[in-house]
Design a protein around this ligand. Structure first.
Ligand code: UDP
Length: 413
């Protein structure tokens, strides 16, 4: 069978405090009809990136609501993940052809995974393109059972034709497809049902707890960051779409007006993202010998508490993405009442209302200008931060996300 990812148990009850009784009672009621339903989530990495982050929280809460939820990952070699990262980039619009050897490699590894698939499930949710074709192989072997949902976390609006055409027949086999936004689908699908569900954060996970000032100070000291000087933080995988070099350029422009400013770039290395090292090296060279640029990753022990502390320590959080299905990091920082300056693209347009609860930018210069405005005005940072927190509370908590999944499952014929 595919490898299972163990998750720690969670209880839905403590979420009453944050989401309110109406939401929690509604969730419990909606889960009643699905009691005992066997749900399997499949993706391609247990660590790094937003999908893993979501599943660590969603799966145990589904269990607590009475569903028999599991999370399993497909496995592949380095070459497979290189191919799927090319496909991912090309689905986000980068000019990379999906060649015959790439298709072959993709199908070979997904077929191997399909041959290891076992068990009976009522609902199988397959996340993103990496495992997407698994259903076609099960169908070929007449092993398709239960309802199958393909959950696409990326914005395929400007996908390259060949990558999209390759994937389309596999997507069309599903009973339902879920995208973050309606306009993310490049061409119409033939799936039975379409749903639009934005991701969420778990307000009670260690990542989203607001650490004490003492903890923040200790962690800043540990990583050589001066708590008394302004700090810009971006938390992202090393990935071209997160514009790491643009972040450094914006920081340098800010530094001209605010010489004390520091930048921390936190990047986990996801196991399904072989580009990480390349961009790490690139950024490392690009930052030169500036002691105020801190480049940190899970390899220096950056885990949930550190991410959370850096987000809490930030004067301004950046997410200068050039494409973004949905930036969990944006919502994590907004929950911590931080003003976020982010690329005005994709899911970020759902997350931030420009000038109200954050700022949207489309260039390095504009990014630097917004940051300078915020650094100069603590009152504005606070106001924006307070509205940011409210937006997350209303729209992007995991309780809403769970409800959307339950409603989707119940609606499938
Ligand atoms: N993340 C982390 N450590 C890092 C970098 C990222 O824990 O060094 C987490 C981050 O907090 C967020 C997720 O990885 O929860 C990234 O999700 P997002 O949707 O922002 O981007 P993706 O990687 O899915 O494109």
């Amino acid at each position: 069978m595919l490898r299972e990812v163990p998750v720690n148990p969670k209880s839905i009850e403590p979420y009453r405090e944050v989401a309110g009784d109406v939401v929690i009672d509604g969730l419990k009621e909606a889960a009643e009809n699905l009691r005992g339903a066997r749900v399997l989530h499949i993706n391609s990495t247990a660590y790094g990136g937003g999908v893993a982050e979501i599943l660590y929280n969603l799966v145990p809460l589904m269990r607590d609501l009475g569903l028999a939820a599991e999370w399993r990952v497909i496995e592949g070699d380095q070459e497979f993940f290189e191919v799927t990262k090319f496909m991912h980039n090309s689905l986000q619009g980068m000019e990379i052809p999906t060649t015959a050897p790439m298709r072959e490699k993709y199908l070979q590894v997904v077929e191997e995974n399909a041959s290891r698939f076992e068990g009976d499930y009522d609902f199988v949710v397959v996340h993103d393109p990496q495992p997407c074709a698994i259903l076609s192989f099960l169908e070929e072997r007449r092993l398709r059972k239960g309802r199958w949902v393909w959950r696409c976390h990326i914005d395929t609006t400007v996908a390259q034709e060949d990558a999209w055409e390759f994937l389309l027949p596999f997507i069309n086999l599903y009973d339902a497809a879920v995208f973050t936004k309606e306009d993310y689908i490049k061409t119409p699908l033939k799936v039975g049902r379409l749903a639009f569900i934005p991701p969420s954060i778990d307000p009670l996970s260690p990542k989203n707890q607001i650490p004490s000032e003492r903890t923040v100070r200790e962690i800043m000291a540990e990583y050589g960051v001066d708590r008394e000087r302004p700090l810009l933080v971006q938390v992202s995988r090393f990935d071209p779409w997160k514009d790491p070099l643009g972040v450094v350029d914006a920081y340098r422009m800010v530094k001209e007006g605010f010489p004390g400013v520091q930048l921390a770039f936190l990047a986990s290395m996801a196991s399904d993202d072989p580009e990480g090292w390349h961009y790490y090296e690139l950024m490392n060279r690009y930052r030169g010998d500036d002691p105020d640029i801190h480049l940190l990753s899970n390899l220096q022990g950056v885990g949930n508490l550190e991410v959370s502390s850096f987000q809490a320590a930030a004067s301004v959080v950046l997410q200068k993405s050039l494409r973004e299905g949905f930036g969990l990091t944006v919502t994590e920082a907004m929950w911590k009442r931080k003003p976020v300056v982010a690329g005005g693209v994709g899911g970020i347009l759902l997350q931030i209302d420009d000038g109200i609860n954050g700022f949207l930018v489309d260039s390095v210069k504009q990014c630097a200008e917004r940051v300078k405005g915020l650094l100069a005005d603590p009152g504005l940072r606070e106001e924006i931060g307070a509205r940011a927190h409210r937006k997350v509370l209303e729209r992007f908590l995991i309780t809403r996300h769970l409800r959307d999944y339950l409603d989707l499952f119940s609606s499938l014929p």
